[in-house]
Design a protein around this ligand. Structure first.
Ligand SMILES: [Zn+2]
Length: 84
């Protein structure tokens, strides 16, 4: 399966964040790359999505939706900076 760019994450993540998270900057916990979420590579699946760093391909974030709940795993990011 081919990945989409991080802009495809906007719909699902807008359910959690009141700001546009695709323009948020994040630091990859694996390689230290800093870039906006829109530049990440998004791999969708039936239950959510996996965002991978565009430089090292390590997982930076995962989101799964089940039983009306959205679970976010952001441990692949050292930090996420949101415009408020
Ligand atoms: Zn990386």
């Amino acid at each position: 399966m081919d990945y989409l760019d991080g802009n495809a994450a906007a719909g699902l993540l807008s359910e959690v964040f009141a700001v546009d998270v695709t323009v948020a900057r994040g630091k990859c916990a694996h390689c230290g790359n800093v870039s906006v979420i829109a530049q990440a590579h998004l791999w969708p699946d039936d239950h959510g999505m996996v965002l991978r760093c565009r430089i090292c391909s390590d997982v930076i974030a995962m989101a799964t939706e089940r039983d009306g709940k959205l679970c976010l795993d952001l441990r692949g990011l050292d930090w996420l900076e949101l415009e408020v």
